[in-house]
Design a binder for this molecule. Structure first.
Ligand SMILES: C[S@@+](CC[C@H](N)C(=O)[O-])C[C@H]1O[C@@H](n2cnc3c(N)ncnc32)[C@H](O)[C@@H]1O
Length: 260
């Protein structure tokens, strides 16, 4: 096993720095959610089905827009993120919107015991989540511990193939190793492509987990795959003018896996 917390402790600092630089105006407002707004993509909502009354845990929820959207759709949603500053924004928005959505500041690898009590119907995560995980075997164990028997993981993320591609001098290049696994693909300071956080200087650690590994660790943790769909990328921030070319490769995926 890698020294997980060496990476996640630093990423907490980095994400708090990004949150500090971002402006509230960048996030959907409390009134947007109070009026029934949702930022979830149609294909994600379709994969989830009817979530009314379901207990849903959102891992790596950032400032909570997706979590609040699940709340609007009727789920009993709880969001978790390692960055206390982002969780503060998320809880503030929930309170102002009058939505009973709960937020917890915690490392996925140090999830409070009550969130690992096997009673969630759905664990949701994605939107750029997997690249921040230094160890996915342990992550899969935690997902399984959070789910009730018969509960589902709904993962919608950038495809790890797309995460390896980049634009350099106007050309599409292979920027990192798809098979890097425990070896961080980025260990960077002074650079950030996160909107509103471009001036961030803290080092961030990112990882590349082949899609086959993601499925294998989930199977080992006692989940079986019900759905795996690949989609072209919509990430103009990554591919810019080469987006049409990049869209010939898988750019995103939705995976649904159920606990036995
Ligand atoms: C690209 S953002 C994901 C945004 C998300 N899709 C959303 O709902 O808006 C990645 C998030 O993962 C969080 N994160 C990174 N490592 C984490 C960890 N070990 N435990 C919990 N959250 C973590 C970061 O703080 C950040 O908010």
């Amino acid at each position: 096993m890698t020294n997980i917390h060496k990476y996640t402790d630093q990423n907490r600092i980095a994400w708090d720095e990004i949150a500090q630089q971002r402006h509230m105006a960048m996030f959907p407002s409390a009134s947007f959610f109070a009026e029934g707004g949702s930022v979830l993509a149609d294909n994600v909502v379709a994969a989830a089905g009817d979530v009314r009354g379901l207990r849903l845990l959102h891992l790596q929820c950032s400032t909570g827009s997706d979590t609040l959207s699940w709340g609007v759709l009727g789920a009993q949603a709880t969001g978790v993120d390692i960055s206390p500053k982002q969780i503060e924004i998320a809880q503030h928005t929930a309170d102002d919107a009058g939505l009973p959505v709960k937020f917890v500041a915690a490392d996925v690898y140090g999830l409070p015991k009550e969130l690992q009590a096997s009673d969630f119907d759905v664990v949701f995560t994605g939107g750029g989540a997997m690249v921040w995980l230094p160890d996915i075997e342990e992550w899969a164990r935690i997902v399984a511990a959070a789910l009730r028997p018969g509960g589902r993981l709904l993962l919608e993320d950038e495809h790890p193939l797309a995460s390896c591609l980049w634009i350099e001098d106007g050309e599409l290049i292979i920027g990192s190793d798809y098979f890097a696994r425990h070896q961080a693909i980025f260990e960077e300071a002074g650079w950030s492509h996160f909107a509103g956080g471009e001036q961030a200087t803290e080092t961030k650690y990112e990882f590349s987990w082949p899609l086959g590994d993601v499925i294998t660790v989930l199977a080992k943790a006692g989940l079986y795959v019900e759905q795996l769909e690949e989609f072209p990328s919509t990430a103009a921030w990554r591919f810019g003018g080469k987006l049409d070319e990049a869209r010939r490769l898988p750019g995103a995926y939705i995976l649904v896996a159920r606990k036995r």
